[in-house]
Design a protein around this ligand. Structure first.
Ligand code: ADP
Ligand code: MG
Length: 349
């Protein structure tokens, strides 16, 4: 990235913040400092008052362990702003946390927020208003796959086709981009969470063992895959036997987990094929040259790159640090708003 002395100087006296408001993780990128916050998008609410009591990391630790008076939710799950007030609290929490980390009192921040490409007008406005109410001086929205592609280093402003597949917790986003615009896009609600559910269902059906969501996610991250592994792995899982009602531990193999997640992985692959099918031939030629970039936490699923390379007949690569692409892309927009203004989403407020 080019060094811009003026921008740098300005950065000392104002707070510019890029936010990746993910369904699973929220990242905050402060200009001049980098990613200062990376926490799960969980909120624990008091059921009666609907007020949040814990947000982020502290809230995720309580998942599956809350008493009857409380409930743990992810307001952005499925890419929908299902809980406006809670989303506002979430944004407010992260903005004030980022603000607290600055040494001198600074004016209200300028904020770039990544939103899912499938977001409706109502949802876009909700995020925009929530940011404004949380104290942002200026708010800009960018579609997550666009931010991911930028953060992954793709030439999104150039006259060349780029393709990114961002697999998060609640949604997978597929986008083909050229000249600062989206040429083809798909957003589907099959992503990391769905794979976790697949694993829960599989283990319940095969072994009558009920495991929790966090255990299922561990299984996916440790022995999950979508392509035969050079050496297959095993892992011990714990849960409750549904027949005896008692705790039980058993060993599960990567071969079984691959079978468990295979149909959801296939849905994602079919969606990518579908998007490719719609791409104009010149752009397909560009993609043959530059390949397809995988971003988001789902990009880390073992063997996904190999599986996609096989199925698509194109080079597929995983972005550097795929979990932070959107936050880094949002930061790049703040670094040069003029250059990247075309990437932003229009808001009719
Ligand atoms: P979002 O943008 O929706 O917040 P992220 O890009 O942060 O989502 O990705 C979170 C998802 O990635 C979760 O479903 C998580 O389980 C999954 N994930 C993280 N690491 C891995 C891994 N090593 N293998 C498979 N999935 C992973
Ligand atoms: Mg994301």
């Amino acid at each position: 990235m080019a060094f811009r002395p003026l921008n740098w100087l300005f950065g000392l006296f104002s707070l510019d913040i890029g936010i990746d408001l993910g369904t699973a993780n929220t990242l905050v990128n402060v200009r001049g400092k980098g990613i200062v916050i990376n926490e799960p998008s969980w909120v624990v609410l008091d059921k009666k008052t609907r007020r949040p009591e814990k947000i982020g990391l502290q809230a995720k630790e309580m998942v599956g362990r809350t008493p009857a008076t409380h409930i743990a939710i992810r307001p952005l799950r499925d890419g929908v702003i299902s809980e406006y007030d809670v989303t506002k609290d979430l944004i407010g929490y992260f903005l004030s946390k980022a603000h607290q980390q600055t040494l001198v009192p600074l004016p209200r921040p300028r904020v770039v927020i990544g939103i899912p490409s499938g977001a409706t007008e109502v949802e876009k406005n909700a995020v925009y208003d929530a940011s404004k109410e949380s104290g942002a001086r200026e708010t800009y929205l960018i579609e997550e796959p666009m931010a991911a592609a930028l953060g992954a280093g793709m030439p999104v402003t150039e006259v060349v086709g780029s393709m990114v597949v961002d697999i998060g917790g609640g949604t997978s986003e597929v986008a083909i981009i050229s000249m600062s615009g989206v040429v083809v896009s798909r957003s589907l609600r099959v992503a990391g969470d769905e794979l976790d559910q697949d694993i829960i269902t599989y283990i319940r059906n095969k072994y009558n063992l009920l495991i929790g969501e966090r255990m299922a996610e561990q299984v996916k991250m440790t022995v999950g895959s979508s392509y035969p592994l050079p050496s297959e792995k095993t892992m011990r899982v714990r849960g409750r036997n549904l027949v005896t009602g008692l705790p039980e531990e058993l060993e599960i193999s990567s071969v079984e987990v691959r079978e468990a997640v295979s149909s959801s992985v296939q849905v994602i692959i079919d969606t990518i094929k579908d998007a490719l099918d719609e791409a104009p031939p010149e752009i397909v030629a560009d993609l043959m040259e530059n390949g397809i970039c995988l971003a988001g936490g789902g990009a880390l699923l073992l063997g996904l790159k190999e599986r996609l390379t096989d199925e698509l007949n194109l080079r597929v690569w995983v972005a550097e640090d795929p979990l932070t692409c959107v936050a880094r892309g949002a930061g790049m927009v703040l670094d040069d708003l003029e250059r990247y203004s075309k990437l932003l989403v229009d808001i009719d407020n």
